[in-house]
Each structure stands twice: as C-alpha cells, then as structure tokens.
Design a protein around this ligand. Structure first.
Ligand SMILES: [Zn+2]
Length: 164
C-alpha cells in the first residue's frame, strides 16, 4: 500500500508540472500548427482543395467561387479553418482571382520565396497548416501597395451580416 500511494503522489506531481509548463509555452508562441500526412489531407479535402493547398496548384482565372464575391465576411483557410482575409480589404483587381491588399492577421500567413515556373514570386502560405493559398505581388492599391492574389479553392467564406 505504501509503495502504491507513493507512486500516485509522484504521478500527480509530474502531471501537474507538465500542465504548467505547457500552458506557459502556449502563451508565448503563435497559434498551434496543424500537421497532417498527405493521406490524411487527401481524405479531408476536396480534389480541388488538395491540389491547390498541398500541391501548390492555381485555379484558372475567373473560374473560382470568390473572385467576384462582394459579400461581407471572412475568408478562412480551407485546410484548417484559420481566418486569413476579410472582405474589408478585398478589392477588384481584374485578374479573375480574389485579391486583397492586407491579410487579417500577419501571424496567420507566411510569405515564402517561390522560384517555380521560371519566375521569382512570393508565395502566400497558411502559417497554421502550411497550405498554399496564392501569391503576393507589389502592384496592389494603397495603403499597402500589395496584391494578395489568392485561389478561391484554398478558401472557405463565411458571410458576416451587420446587425442594425
Ligand atoms: Zn491552413
């Protein structure tokens, strides 16, 4: 009996210590990463979402769901549901892809150098799941001068209706 209660005490001590260190760690870092295998992504995503997010595909201009969506709302990563862009910074770029001049939160996206197709471009990646969302260019409107050129197929849209 004595040995058993000792073990229990030690067990409790260790787990409460672990809980404490985890919670302080969470506060310092950016949101937790979502990491999945290729097979898991394949099961969860539609073929289009998988092609864009995981294979860095690009949808054909003027074919996506959101290039001319003018409703108010938030655009979420189709892979992990992280809010990435808002209709407040969406604008008509004429490119046929949904275009924004600013992300909702800089922490939720990552910019990565992309040298594919013989061009030097800056890729926009979801910071949480690493999914490919689109590219960012320097020919956007004020105040940022940036054009986040995204794929509708990498996004989910949730309409926000203003309450009056
Ligand atoms: Zn994501």
């Amino acid at each position: 009996m004595k040995v058993l209660s000792l073990c229990l005490l030690v067990g409790v001590g260790v787990s409460s210590l672990r809980c404490q260190s985890q919670s302080s760690h969470m506060k310092e870092t950016t949101p937790q990463q979502v990491v999945k295998t290729d097979n898991e992504w394949k099961k969860e995503l539609s073929p289009t979402e998988y092609h864009i997010l995981r294979e860095k595909g690009t949808e054909i201009a003027f074919t996506g769901e959101f290039w001319n969506n003018t409703r108010d709302g938030i655009y979420y990563c189709a892979g992990c549901n992280t809010p990435l862009f808002s209709s407040e910074t969406k604008y008509k770029s004429g490119t046929g892809w949904p275009s924004f001049w600013k992300p909702l939160n800089d922490k939720n996206i990552k910019i990565v150098k992309d040298n594919s197709l013989g061009m030097v471009r800056e890729e926009v990646v979801c910071a949480i799941c690493g999914g490919h969302i689109g590219h960012v260019f320097n020919d956007g409107p004020k105040p940022t001068g940036l054009r986040y050129c995204l794929n509708s197929g990498a996004l989910h849209f949730k309409e926000v209706t203003s309450e009056k």
